[in-house]
Design a protein around this ligand. Structure first.
Ligand code: 13P
Length: 233
């Protein structure tokens, strides 16, 4: 089981360090891999606070070139230099607000993997796509932009479940995860309003290999509770 906390645009370096120290002291279960994904400027303080622990620090995106004239972007070698272990790629908020496409996400994933990072690549349908019966086609298209790699994990995050308090039912998650696994045999995380009180049920489904947690990962008690629920699942 892998539990990843996507902090999105929350927690500067000081708050990140304080949170990571609490996480280090939280006696998390040993059978669960735990990852946090702070904003770029907080990565280094998170890495330092988690040194000598098994908790991984991931970025939230990564550019497809090693260096160049790409204002506002950060590359795999730069992330590696500050001790970052992996990165998210293709989150729906990047697709919705920052023009991320299947092609650009695919290029970022390849560059991150080639640069020695682990990758959690995000896929998932919008509410309109689900209502039009396009969920499977969207997943096939998004996953089709990726190739198998032993360091690749996919997160299924239905867009309508992100930050809304609505979650996919465990059956919906299971079905989407089976589709993804039929295309690429990689671990698949569920994301979208995962909370301490619904984590065990979602994580209990056989095709659910962990969770990508947004809002509930910002609070130490709720994040630790989700990690403990993963241990029992
Ligand atoms: P929430 O858990 O806040 O719905 O966010 C999910 C998400 O987008 C994780 O990447």
């Amino acid at each position: 089981m892998l539990i990843a906390g996507n902090w999105k645009m929350y927690k500067g370096p000081r708050e990140a360090a304080a949170f990571c120290r609490e996480l280090r002291d939280a006696a998390l279960p040993d059978d669960v891999d735990v990852v946090v994904c702070p904003p770029y400027v907080s990565l280094e303080s998170a890495v330092q606070a988690l040194a000598d622990t098994e908790i991984g620090v991931f970025a939230q995106s990564c550019h497809w070139e090693r260096e160049g004239a790409f204002t506002g972007e950060v590359s795999a070698p730069i992330l590696r230099e500050v001790g970052v272990y992996g990165t998210l790629v293709g989150h729906s908020e990047r697709r919705q607000w920052f023009g991320e496409t299947d092609d650009s996400a695919g290029a970022r994933v390849r560059a991150a993997l080639e640069g020695g990072l682990h990758v959690i690549a995000c896929v998932g349908e919008t509410l309109a796509e689900r209502e039009y019966g396009e969920t499977e086609a969207v997943i096939r298209r998004q996953v089709g932009a990726l190739e198998y790699d032993e360091n690749l994990v996919i997160a299924y995050e239905p867009v309508w479940a992100i930050g809304t308090g609505r979650t996919a039912t465990p059956e919906m998650a299971q079905e989407a995860h089976e589709t993804i696994k039929s295309l690429l045999d990689v671990p698949v995380l569920y994301g979208g309003s995962v909370k301490p009180d619904n984590a065990a049920e979602l994580l209990g489904r056989p095709a659910v290999d962990g969770a990508l947690v947004g809002g509930a990962s910002l609070d130490i008690d709720s994040f630790a509770a989700i990690c403990r629920a993963a241990s029992r699942s």
